[in-house]
Design a protein around this ligand. Structure first.
Ligand SMILES: [Ca+2]
Length: 308
């Protein structure tokens, strides 16, 4: 995940990492509201990126307005606004109070998140890896062979993890095939953080030693792409998740090398995001100075870019 953020005037910004020499955190202090790349901050590709605003004192924060980008608006989904007084608070177990988890914001629209006067010096926008969406349903599934009409490749991305093969939501290659495979073709190049596989309730050992491969090459039906994981085993009817660390690719394969094999998958979920994710964060802060109790209102525009 990558977070980029541009803001005006209030506080001091930092971020979990910086993508390049242009997109330093200080770019967020330059007073420009331009939302193009060079005027924004930008983290490196990493897990759990965050951007943090250090306020000049402890404030009570009533609300945060977030304006979403027009393109790919779904990528804002599940970003978290966290408020607190400790800098050691970027992880989910932190002492941060959670003002909001952003469920979604329509393209180009602004949503207000009420923080109820939460107090803090730090305001974080945190994008946990787990928030990356399952992109598998947006892809096209195929497989080396298909046993029957009720065993088609799409069954692994139909949104149902029903492990009972006879319910018709699992894939199944033809019996006793050499090196069977299942392949997901995504609509673009994605960075993939994790892949979950749901195993069948019977004959669970068939999945053993299957390989998850991710990349952009169609060579050997995509089975020659770099390997995310070898599945040692998955208990019957269970789902196992394999971390892929942001591997890039259009193809996600489950490849089962060997003679006389059957590949059955009841669901495959692929967590990741495509390149070019952009998010505008337009924030209005109405705060009360804790010391003077004088009502001090600040208004600032935040333009946040995120890039998976
Ligand atoms: Ca399914």
């Amino acid at each position: 995940n990558v977070l980029l953020l541009f803001y005006i005037k209030l506080g001091t910004a930092s971020q979990s990492s910086t993508y390049d020499s242009v997109t330093t955190a200080s770019k967020a202090n330059d007073g420009r509201r331009v939302s193009t790349y060079a005027d924004c901050t930008h983290t490196a590709m990493q897990t759990n990126p965050w951007w943090r605003l250090l306020l000049p004192g402890i404030y009570r924060i009533t609300a945060v307005n977030v304006t979403n980008r027009v393109e790919v608006p779904e990528r804002i989904n599940n970003a978290e606004i966290r408020i607190g007084n400790s800098a050691e608070n970027n992880e989910p177990s932190s002492v941060f109070q959670e003002c909001a988890v952003i469920p979604s914001i329509p393209a180009g629209q602004t949503s207000t998140f009420q923080c109820g006067g939460m107090e803090g010096r730090f305001v974080n926008v945190y994008l946990p890896a787990a928030s990356l969406p399952n992109v598998a349903p947006s892809g096209t599934a195929s497989q080396s062979t298909t046993l029957s009409d009720s065993a088609r490749a799409w069954n692994a991305i139909d949104g149902k993890s029903d492990p009972v093969y006879y319910h018709g939501s699992c894939t199944h290659t033809a019996h006793d095939q050499s090196d069977p495979w299942w392949r997901l073709l995504l609509p673009g190049i994605y960075r993939i953080t994790a892949v979950s596989v749901t195993n069948r309730d019977e004959l669970a050992e068939r999945i053993n030693n299957a390989e998850i491969r991710i990349g952009n090459s169609a060579e050997n039906n995509g089975n020659n792409n770099p390997r995310c994981a070898v599945i040692p085993s998955i208990p019957a009817a269970q789902t196992a998740t394999f971390q892929c660390g942001g591997m890039e690719g259009r193809f996600v394969n489950v490849y089962l090398p060997g003679a006389a094999k059957v590949l059955t998958l009841c669901e495959v979920e692929v967590y990741g995001g495509s390149f070019g994710l952009t998010l505008n964060l337009n924030s209005t802060w109405a705060v009360t100075d804790d010391v003077s109790l004088a009502q001090v209102k600040y208004r600032q525009l935040l333009i946040l870019y995120t890039l998976y």
